[in-house]
Design a protein around this ligand. Structure first.
Ligand SMILES: [Zn+2]
Ligand SMILES: [Zn+2]
Length: 263
């Protein structure tokens, strides 16, 4: 028996680029055979839909609403909905954070100012995990590809919203070379993606009872497989990276490692 989970999803309430309410996704994923979804709205320095001028307590409450709407629908339908978020650094690189909750956030306003290194240390200390999202994505809004090799537990090797298959091929190769566990997710922003882009996720042999089970599956490399489109992570060796690439270490310091040496 295997279980399938969405690991990367945005709601219209909490992500400025989200087009569909969290609650609407529940039936769609349920009908597609998923066991659950993890809502990962854009966090404080990402494309959040919640005003950054709000006091922290109010910001967190509103930020969590996209998830809570999905959760309420999930409870009605007997479908698991878990909480996470996606933070952005320097408008370049993104990280999926899992395992912490609303109560934890309310007590930790410093989360909105973390460096990549502080994020990793604080999330680990609180029992969570950090996954770099779509590390090789290249887009007009990204200045630089930043590979955080030391401040993550895993790499999102396949992201259904990446425009080019090569970004996923590079991400998979990078993760395997570093020996990091891999995840896959849809980066779902709009229910219409369901019929066009493909819906990604991860398989596990054990049902998740809480987000802690997902954190353990990631950190112990117990993810059984990823759901992706065929050929999505196939590597040919001629994949191009047009943007500058920076590799950062476990102290979140820039290194002189050339990215070709870790691909
Ligand atoms: Zn977005
Ligand atoms: Zn995302």
């Amino acid at each position: 028996m295997s279980y399938l989970y969405e690991t990367h999803l945005h709601t219209s309430f909490s992500s400025a680029c989200g087009n569909t309410k969290g609650s609407r996704y529940v039936r769609l994923y349920q009908d597609m055979g998923y066991s659950g979804i993890i809502v990962t709205d854009h966090f404080f320095r990402g494309n959040t839909a919640v005003s950054r001028s709000l006091p922290w307590t109010e910001w967190v409450k509103q930020f969590c609403r996209g998830y809570e709407e999905a959760l309420n629908e999930g409870i009605k339908r007997g479908f698991d909905v878990f909480f996470g978020w996606e933070e952005t650094f320097d408008s370049c690189d993104d990280y999926l954070v899992y395992g912490l909750d609303k109560e934890w956030l309310l007590e930790h306003p410093e989360a909105k100012k973390w460096t990549r290194g502080e994020q990793y240390q604080a999330v680990k200390a609180a029992g969570g995990c950090v996954v770099q999202a779509h590390p090789f994505r290249q887009h007009s809004y990204i200045r630089k590809v930043i590979l955080s090799s030391g401040c993550v537990d895993a790499v999102e090797a396949a992201n259904a919203t990446n425009y080019e298959q090569s970004y996923d091929a590079l991400a998979m190769r990078y993760a395997l070379k570093l020996g990091l566990p891999v995840t896959a997710g849809s980066d779902m922003h709009d229910e219409r993606y369901f019929w066009s882009e493909g819906v990604f996720g991860i398989y596990t042999g054990k049902k998740f009872h809480s987000i802690v089970d997902y954190v353990n599956a990631v950190c112990n490399n117990h993810i059984n497989g990823i759901k992706i489109n065929k050929g999505r992570c196939d590597y040919y060796g001629d994949e191009k990276v047009i943007l500058p690439v920076e590799v950062r270490d476990a102290n979140d310091k820039s290194t002189d490692i050339h990215w070709h040496d870790i691909i």
